[in-house]
Design a binder for this molecule. Structure first.
Ligand SMILES: C[S@@+](CC[C@H](N)C(=O)[O-])C[C@H]1O[C@@H](n2cnc3c(N)ncnc32)[C@H](O)[C@@H]1O
Length: 310
């Protein structure tokens, strides 16, 4: 069992920051007032954008979505950490998931590199800031650190969205990744992020389709899908795992995790690793039984969400 790190025992506060473009002064003032009345910890105007910061969590997530609805256009969202959100905003947002992996939103101006993915969600799911994405990334990074499939092997990302999990697998271990998602928004976002991350993007092949398209047997499948959908597709994913293959799943909250664990056990998958953040859970399962000594429990996702660079 892995103990939570000293840093995770005493995490810095985490915030969701929305950079909301606004068209008119009047609208900016109205939105500023609305954000203040709806729990924003800090809100200010910067050029043609309203910057509003909420404590990380479901309420903050809903407030960010409601702000974009009221503004009539999407906001750019980032996760930042620090005692003072205004001070944290001064540094380019670099969300560190693992010692070898950090994410930054496309608008940060930072470049992709060996340990950094640049993510633009366009209209697909999140910029990598959602706990379900961060948990999957953390579990993937740990697995690829300890026992990666051979470089150049094909693995799969089911429900690619922005392509962030696929890009991470490619970046961290030189894997080729088949990324599938039926949503045209995912096709657009994955293509954009492949271009923003040339190092990793070249090894990702996107197919606009559901999980049903998978035919090969993969040594590793990542799937961040809502719990009920995950239960539905799990038998198919199991069929697509090679002997000893690993399945990294997320997308469900803690109360749903026992159902997912039971489904995995029934499919002959042993629990190898798990992590949680803000009431969300991620699991790594492997084909076959995993002896208790072979299990790790990560605890929380490292909180060092934002570091100063350059
Ligand atoms: C929660 S998002 C995850 C996006 C991304 N992987 C991440 O971690 O941020 C789930 C994605 O699954 C896609 N999806 C829904 N049903 C699917 C299915 N049957 N097979 C594959 N993808 C599916 C959705 O279109 C959506 O983009």
């Amino acid at each position: 069992m892995t103990e939570p790190t000293a840093a995770s025992a005493n995490p810095e506060p985490a915030w969701l920051l929305a950079r909301q473009p606004v068209a008119l002064q009047d609208q900016a003032r109205r939105l500023l007032r609305w954000a203040r009345q709806n729990g924003a910890a800090a809100v200010w105007l910067e050029g043609a954008a309203l910057i509003a910061v909420w404590p990380e969590g479901e309420a903050g997530r809903q407030a960010v979505a409601a702000l974009a609805d009221r503004a009539g256009q999407p906001a750019q969202v980032a996760r930042i950490t620090g005692q003072d959100p205004r001070a944290a905003w001064q540094a380019p947002p670099l969300d560190r998931i693992h010692p070898r992996l950090a994410l930054t939103p496309a608008w940060s101006g930072l470049s992709a590199g060996p340990g950094v993915l640049v993510i633009d969600p366009l209209t697909a799911f999140g910029a990598g800031d959602h706990p379900s994405t961060r948990l999957n990334l953390l579990l993937l990074a740990r697995l690829l650190d300890q026992d990666p499939p051979p470089a150049g092997a094909w693995v799969a990302d089911v429900g690619a969205g922005t392509g962030v999990l696929a890009l991470a697998m490619s970046l961290l271990a030189g894997l080729k990744v088949l990324a599938v998602d039926p949503d045209p928004a995912a096709a657009r976002a994955t293509a954009r992020n492949q271009a923003l991350n040339p190092l990793a993007g070249g090894r990702v092949a996107f197919v606009r389709a559901t999980h049903a398209v998978l035919a090969a047997q993969f040594p590793l499948i990542a799937a961040n899908l809502p719990g009920p959908l995950l239960l539905m597709v799990a038998p198919r994913l199991r069929e697509c795992l090679a002997p000893g293959g690993r399945l990294v799943v997320s997308g469900f909250r803690a109360e749903y995790a026992p159902k997912v664990e039971r489904a995995c056990t029934a499919l002959g998958l042993g629990l190898q690793d798990q992590a949680d953040q803000a009431g969300w859970v991620g699991l790594t399962c492997r084909v076959g039984r995993v002896p208790p000594a072979g299990r790790t429990r990560v605890g929380r996702v490292p909180p060092a969400g934002r570091v100063r660079v350059g």
